[in-house]
Structure formats: structure tokens, C-alpha cells
Design a protein around this ligand. Sequence first.
Ligand SMILES: Cc1ncc(COP(=O)(O)O)c(C=O)c1O
Length: 340
Amino acid sequence: MIAKNIAECIGNTPVVELKDNLIPHGKRLYLKLDYFNPNFSVKDRTAIGLVKAALKEGKLKPGGTLIESTSGNLGKSLSMLGAVYGFNVIIVVDPKISQSLLKWYKAYGAKVEMVRDKDENGGYQRTRINRVKELVQEHVGAYWPNQYDNPDNPTYHYFNTAKEITALPIDSVVGAVSTGGHLCGIGKAIKDKKSSIKVIASDVEGSAVFRNSFTPYLINGVGLGWRSKNTDISVLDDIYISSDQEAISMCHLLAKEHGIMIGGSGGLVVSSALSWLHNSNSESAVAIIPDTGINYLDQFYDEDWLNSKSITLLDRERLNEEIKHKKSDSVLQGREKVNI
Ligand SMILES: Cc1ncc(COP(=O)(O)O)c(C=O)c1O
């Protein structure tokens, strides 16, 4: 098939079976490699969902302006779509962003706004959103997709991404949560159409999506200082939370021993999927890998960076111990507390 434009190349990403003795005997773990999207992340899917809905409803017009806050991947995807559909893009970022990402946005012709003040949680997410609100006032008719609360985000995954998941020979799906858009959109479709599949959320220690307090963490793209409206916990069957160290160690193991180089949230998801396979009677799970390790070559794939953050990589044995003994967070916290 010849695509009419690059946006049509989003989705239909490959799935690879992981063969590793970290997987409980007789069980199966598949990796859905969403870094095979044009900008190497699941956010290409979210972006096309947000943009197509806005164009259809007239909230965004060719020649108009789209403004969004992003810690990385969504900005690339929206900037690319601005070039495809002919609208201006302003991306609001914070100092955690890498120089190569900034160049990426600019290469697509997007403008970049950097916030520098931390919010009350010690992160930047709230400051970024406040700056977006100011910019929307300054640019008449500008459209803010608001990936956190806009139902167009999970709705796209409900109607599109979910089909690629439910077609697999699996009894559970494990995914990372930040806005909650991709996992909860897929999860809702599963609950409506194929409820035998369990939906498991993975988050990083420090994030306040499922816990009551926020402390800064290293992994990009995942977690949040609050729980956004697009995190629909009613579709989640279980939750696993891992440390930066565990996620990063998993990334290194997959790169060195399987030639699969994934981002930190992918490391979290694989770790959570393995704990879930150990703790439950699930036989076969798919882990949705949100992005590529190429995004983090100067961060956790760099030895000096690891040293500067005092991260020591866990070896296979230590990783296995962490995974096997990890308790699900919904059990630890009590189902009522996380409202599941
Ligand atoms: C690397 C990475 N991991 C995980 C996520 C979480 O996805 P969602 O916002 O759909 O919950 C994102 C989204 O920004 C991401 O870029």
C-alpha cells in the first residue's frame, strides 16, 4: 500500500515475542513495539487522534495554531502533523528536555517555549500547562488539544489502537500511564468488547497517578504529578509501580541481550508485565512499549549520566528478585484507596 502522506504510516506496529528466563516457565510475553511509528513513539497515535478530531470539528483549521505542553514525544508528533496538515505548532517544554528533541521540533517548523519555574510538586507539568493557557489567550483562535483531559485522546485508542491489541493471542495487556490516554482507551475497548483480557497499568515510583504524593523521578514520558481525567481507573485490573533503577536496568538488559533498545517507560512496562505474569494466572501478556532508547542515548544509556544520577544497574539476578517479589500496588494500597 502506498500512503498518501506520512500520517498514514502511523500504527500497525510490530509485535515481537520476548524469550528470556525472567519470564515464568510456560508463559508468554509479547512486546508491541510502538517505536515503529514515524516519530518512534506511541504518541504519533495520540497526536493523529487529537488533530483529526479537532480538524473535523473545526476547532483547528489549516493555517491556524496549535499549542501544547509536552515532555517530549507528543511534541514531535504534533510538530510533524503541523507540517503535514499546514497549521502552526507551539510546544511548551521544560528544562528536562534534551537538546536533540528541541532540534526535532524545530526541524518540523514548530516554535518552542521553555518554562523554568518548578511547580508546587517540584516538577514542571503544572507550570507548563499554565504557560499554555497564557499562550492560548495571546494567539486568537489557537487550539490547545489538552492531552490530559481531552476525551479525543482515549477515544482514538478505543477505536484504533485497541484493534491491534485484541487481535493478539493474549489474556492481558500491560501499559504505561501518564495521561492514561493510550492504555485506558485500549482498556475501555477491551472491557466493552473482549472483557476476558486483563488490563494492567505500570507507573514509576514518585508519580502521583496512583499514589497520593509526588516526588521527582528520572524516567521521561510516564507518570504525572496528579491523575488526569483520561486515566479511567475503572478499566484497570491491576497496577505495578517500579523504580527508575529497575526500569533502566531492564532497558539495558533488553538492549544487551535481545537487541531491543527501548525507552525508560518501556523498561517499566516490561518489568510490570513480568511481575504480573509471576503474581497472576495470566498465561500470555503483551507489553506496549511506548518509545525508543534512541531518545535517551545521552541519558540512561550514557555511563556518565548514570553515575551523575547515582544509578547502579541491577544485574539479571537482582532484577529477577525485584520482579518476583513485587506486590501489585492495588493490593498494597487497598482497592478502595485507588478506587478500583
Ligand atoms: C515515553 C512515554 N511513555 C509513556 C507515555 C504514557 O502515555 P499516555 O500519556 O497515553 O498515558 C508516554 C506519553 O507521553 C510516553 O511518551
